[in-house]
Ligand binder design. Structure first.
Ligand SMILES: CC(C)(COP(=O)(O)OP(=O)(O)OC[C@H]1O[C@@H](n2cnc3c(N)ncnc32)[C@H](O)[C@@H]1OP(=O)(O)O)[C@@H](O)C(=O)NCCC(=O)NCCS
Length: 342
């Protein structure tokens, strides 16, 4: 006796990204601005990180606000209403507040009805982790449309007297809609992914205050525990090694080489990390998407923002073989292979 995939409890469907929307707040924070705030120079920042400017929110603008702007653009592109979604996953390390979740706030601001949502915390890998979480609900047939948003207001947790962190980060958001790809289609859907966490790196990049371990007190604030603390060198070494490692493993697992990749969209943390990864994978120069100069590191926002850059410059097209990669606090590591669907 045979049963059609539709009648099988765990029918696996192919998953595609059907829409993208991104948003950065209008206010610019340039290297020249930072030169006036801390002891640094434009030359140092450009040479050591590749960043020239970043966008930051005005006071009172929260992660849910920029997430909603990105979500609205994705919905408009797809021509659907927020209530047509089944779930919203928000990848962020800067939720508006610890609870309610940013997903609830986004749902309410979008006016979406009869859907659920949740936040996902994995720092700079959160967008890729959320993407795969969302994809599983489409693959199993549990949902028809899932929105995945990567959004961070990093300026809310940055110490603008710490020159080693304040030059790196910016604010930004991106949203994608996930749906089932055409039956039997291999030309426009997710192919594979590889994720890893390594908690032994937790002390290299973290925000120690405000959680259950160090609830906020005058003392935690005086000690600046509500800001990002980073051992830049340790993060750099781990990122250079692991971003390439995870990509090599994922490509090999799928019988592919770096030169097969049409568009490489890495997390934008440091231009030197991206270039080292591109070298190790023997990627074609034109396949590597870089926009860190314009946005800095927007944490969960970088990968959708870089997708947008690649669409605008004509590199990301229907059928392109795309490799997404990230390394972030935790440590967290992710890579996703897919064929772009539109
Ligand atoms: C933070 C980072 C840019 C620092 O660059 P670096 O080349 O490693 O620099 P170092 O940390 O070795 O510091 C070199 C010197 O530059 C100084 N420096 C740090 N920030 C500076 C700045 N903004 N301007 C000028 N000098 C600076 C340091 O104080 C140090 O001075 P010292 O030698 O007198 O102590 C780099 O380590 C990095 O990008 N790390 C990864 C961070 C990251 O990706 N985080 C997010 C992960 S998702």
């Amino acid at each position: 006796m045979t049963s059609s995939p539709r009648n099988t409890a765990m029918a696996i469907r192919r998953v595609k990204i059907s829409a993208l929307g991104t948003y950065v707040p209008p206010r610019l924070l340039t290297n020249a601005d930072l030169e006036k705030m801390v002891e640094t120079t434009n030359d140092w920042i450009v040479e050591r990180t590749g960043i020239r400017e970043r966008h930051i929110v005005e006071k009172g603008v929260a992660t849910s606000d920029i997430a909603v702007e990105a979500a609205k653009k994705a919905l408009a592109f797809r021509g659907i209403e927020a209530s047509d979604l089944d779930a919203i996953f928000v990848a962020t390390v800067t939720p508006d507040m610890l609870f309610p979740s940013t997903a609830c706030l986004v749902q309410h601001k979008l006016g979406a009805k009869k859907l659920w949502g949740v936040d996902l915390s994995a720092a700079c890998s959160a967008f890729l982790f959320a993407l795969q979480n969302g994809a599983q609900f489409i693959a199993t047939g549990a949902h028809q449309r899932v929105m995945v948003i990567g959004a961070d207001v990093m300026s809310s947790i940055i110490d603008y007297t710490d020159r080693a962190t304040c030059v790196i980060f910016g604010d930004g958001a991106g949203a994608v809609i996930l749906e089932a790809a055409d039956e039997g289609s291999e030309g426009n859907s997710f192919i594979d992914f590889l994720h890893e966490v390594d908690g032994s790196g937790g002390g290299s990049l973290y925000m120690p205050g405000g959680g259950s371990l160090n609830p906020t007190t005058h003392e935690t604030v005086d000690k600046k525990m509500h800001y990002v603390h980073q051992d830049g060198g340790a993060v750099f070494k781990f990122a250079v090694r692991k971003m390439a490692d995870v990509c090599v493993q994922l490509l090999e697992k799928n019988g592919l080489k770096g030169s097969d990749v049409d568009v490489f969209i890495p997390h934008q943390a440091n231009l030197r990390i991206i270039n080292a990864t591109a070298d190790r994978l023997s990627l074609r120069t034109e396949s590597v998407v870089i926009n860190i100069d314009l946005y800095g590191n927007t944490t969960a926002g970088t990968i959708p923002l870089a997708m947008q850059t690649a669409i605008e410059d004509g590199r990301l097209k229907k059928g392109s073989l795309v490799l997404l990669a990230s390394v972030g606090a935790g440590f967290t590591v992710g890579a996703t292979l897919l064929r772009w669907a539109y």
